[in-house]
Each structure stands twice: as structure tokens, then as C-alpha cells.
Design a protein around this ligand. Structure first.
Ligand SMILES: [Zn+2]
Length: 381
């Protein structure tokens, strides 16, 4: 007996296991039956439904994509949107069905093979949902969330390739997406593309890369080409051979680790260390009896030299001033943590709060936590 006969997604997800990438992993998807919500039905009032009787050529593409991925067609509700922007998306807030909205701009610019790649990618968002936190405008809430989102996008590109089965079409789709032009103006020449974009990677990654919800298109193209050579993909299309998928995943993860993730991890550790340093300095200034190790252990690193310098500077200030100086300087680091690593900071603050309970630092750590959660509220609205 299947474990969950009510949910046909269980079997489909199993067949898509090789599309997982790092945190975009089926083991992170709750194995629940589909809910019976009818929220998506209101969309039939607001959009032109993507059905064979109204939009036969595009509906056929969606039929093909569902067939290739093994998704029951009635589970997918497609809609057209008159926007000229080259875009399509899957409604992440609707869980009872896959709801895909496809812009007119995408249909006008993409051929059928490219559309299969794009719609397969979007259907992937329903099959392998990654529920990272988002701002009101849908951007990831933090760098931690943006990282999950980038992993998911690479996994979705793979599901798109399974649905379309055409790596050249996938590349054309990327080039068109990046330029907004068709092939009369841009050439889908992968070697020329890499040669022309390479110089962009000679400068370090930055905050823009850290908060991006999609990886660079150049990385997406390379990652997809590697995936197309994997044993998992070749087996899916009925061929033999290929590199083990684990090896392919490692190569892509290594590239991320050396570029954007390296920047993210270094920035996060700098922020967390600064907050721990301020906490230590506060303990020194207030002559706390709590051992400094209790304020910083479990990865919440600190710089003892910095903490001593900071404590000396604070002690040197007039008694009426030091607390406000401490709070205003610390708050800039807390704000950075809300943007970069709210989960990690929340975890560290919980750990520290547990260790200083009943001591002279309890209230001070609680104040810091409150300041942190207040900034979370402000930034997320
Ligand atoms: Zn996507």
C-alpha cells in the first residue's frame, strides 16, 4: 500500500529526487494530503483560463509538461495574464492545486520548447515547494531565505529540463529572459555567452548577490548543463551513463560556496561576532559575574580584544552617556542581523538566554532580544 494514497505527489516527488539541490530537498517538504481549498477558483473570474478550447497551443505545452513529469493534468490550473513582461509564476500561497500564471510577454517571446522549460520550472515550484519567509513584495525576508530561494531555483531549472528535455531550448530561454529579445537580436551561443560574461566574475560578490532570490543566469546555465550530463538525467530520458548526480551537485555547491555563499557566511559571522562582542563588553562594563564563555559559546563567536577595547571606550564615557552609545552602536549590528541572519541570531540569543537565566545578565540579554524582535517587526512590516 502506498504510504499516502490520497496524495499523488508522493510518487511524482520520488521520481524527481535527482532534481533536489541542497536545501531544496523533498525531505524538507511536509508529506501531507492535498488540502481541499477552492481558493484558486476565483482566478477563473480574473484571468483567461489556459485551456485547450481557448488557448490550444499553450494548453498543449502545459499538457506535454504534465505528461513528462507525471503530474495529473487536472491538478494544474493555468491562467494567462496580459502583462508584456517575459514572466510566469506559480502561486506559492495556493496548496490545493498547481496554479500557474503565464504572461502574454512570455508566450509572445518563447517558442514551444522554451515554454516547456519555463512551465516545467514553474510547475516545479508546486512539486518541490520551499517555504522560505518573504517580505510583503515577495522578496526573501533575509539572506538566509534568499539562499534557500537560490537553491530552489536551481532545482526548478532541473525540473524544467525534465519537462522540456531540450538543453538548447533552456539556454535560448535564459538568453531571451535576460535580454527581453528574440533570436533575431540575440544569439544563443553558450561559449560566446560565457566569454562575454566572464569579466563580471573577476570582482567580488556583494550584498546584491547575497539578497538575490535567483542565482546569476550564467550559473544557472552552467548548473543545468552539468545536470544534463548526470546519470540521473540520462536515466530519466532513457539513456545510460553520465556523471553521478552527487558529483554534479558537489561541483555546483562548491562554486556557490566559493562565491556568493562565501560572502554570505563571512558577512553573517562578522555580524554575529560583533553582537557577541558588544554583549561581552557590556558584561565587562557592568562587572557581571557571568563567565564570558556563557555569552558566546556554541558558535556565537566574539573578538575578546575588540570586546576589551569597546569596554574601555564605554567606561571612559560619562556615566550618563555610555548606555545610549552602547545601544545605538549595537542596534546597527542587530539591524544587519535581521537582514542577514535572523534565524541564526534568534538561535544564539535563545541559547545565551538559557545559560544566563537567574544571573545579572538575564535582563540585558532579554533587552537585546526585544530590540532584535522589534527590528524584525519594523523591517517585515
Ligand atoms: Zn522559479
Amino acid at each position: 500500500m502506498p504510504r499516502n494514497p490520497k496524495n499523488p505527489l508522493v510518487k511524482i516527488r520520488k521520481s524527481l529526487a535527482g532534481c533536489e539541490f541542497l536545501t531544496a530537498n523533498f525531505s524538507n517538504v511536509p508529506n501531507e494530503p492535498l488540502d481541499g481549498s477552492t481558493a484558486h477558483l476565483t482566478l477563473y473570474r480574473h484571468h483567461l483560463p489556459l485551456v485547450p478550447s481557448l488557448a490550444p497551443s499553450v494548453a498543449k505545452v502545459l499538457d506535454d509538461v504534465c505528461e513528462r513529469l507525471g503530474v495529473p493534468r487536472d491538478m494544474v490550473h493555468g491562467f494567462l495574464d496580459p502583462s508584456r513582461e517575459v514572466n510566469a509564476y506559480c502561486r506559492h500561497d495556493i496548496k490545493s492545486a498547481a496554479v500557474l500564471i503565464v504572461n502574454a510577454g512570455m508566450i509572445a517571446n518563447f517558442d514551444e520548447a522554451e515554454l516547456r522549460q519555463a512551465l516545467g520550472h514553474e510547475l516545479g515550484h508546486f512539486l518541490l515547494p520551499v517555504s522560505h519567509e518573504r517580505m510583503k513584495d515577495d522578496r526573501p525576508s533575509s539572506w538566509e531565505d534568499a539562499r534557500y530561494s537560490r537553491h530552489a531555483e536551481l532545482a526548478m531549472d532541473r525540473i524544467g529540463l525534465l519537462a522540456g528535455g531540450d538543453l538548447d531550448a533552456a539556454f535560448r530561454m535564459f538568453i531571451k529572459l535576460q535580454s527581453g529579445l528574440d533570436v533575431t537580436h540575440v544569439r544563443p551561443d553558450a561559449a560566446a555567452y560565457f566569454a562575454a560574461t566572464e569579466v563580471g566574475y573577476t570582482v567580488p560578490t556583494s550584498e546584491l548577490d547575497a539578497c538575490a532570490d535567483h542565482p546569476d543566469i550564467s550559473l544557472r546555465v552552467r548548473a543545468l548543463a552539468l545536470f544534463a550530463d548526470s546519470d540521473y538525467y540520462l536515466d530519466f530520458i532513457g539513456k545510460k551513463g553520465g556523471k553521478p548526480i552527487a558529483e554534479v551537485n558537489k561541483a555546483i555547491a562548491d562554486e556557490l560556496a566559493q562565491t556568493v555563499d562565501h560572502y554570505v557566511i563571512a558577512s553573517i559571522s562578522e555580524t554575529l561576532s560583533a553582537i557577541a562582542t558588544y554583549l561581552c563588553a557590556l558584561a565587562v562594563v557592568t562587572e557581571s559575574k557571568v563567565p564570558l564563555a556563557d555569552l558566546t559559546s556554541h558558535g556565537f563567536a566574539h573578538d575578546m580584544g575588540e570586546a576589551k577595547n569597546l569596554a574601555e571606550r564605554l567606561v571612559g564615557l560619562p556615566a550618563s552617556d555610555w548606555e545610549s552609545v552602547y545601544k545605538s552602536e549595537l542596534s546597527s549590528h542587530i539591524q544587519a542581523a535581521v537582514i542577514r541572519c535572523p534565524r541564526q541570531l534568534a538561535g544564539h540569543l535563545d541559547g545565551v538566554a538559557g545559560r544566563v537565566r537567574g544571573t545579572d545578565m538575564e535582563q540585558k540579554v532579554q533587552d537585546l532580544s526585544e530590540a532584535f524582535y522589534a527590528f524584525v517587526q519594523v523591517l517585515r512590516g
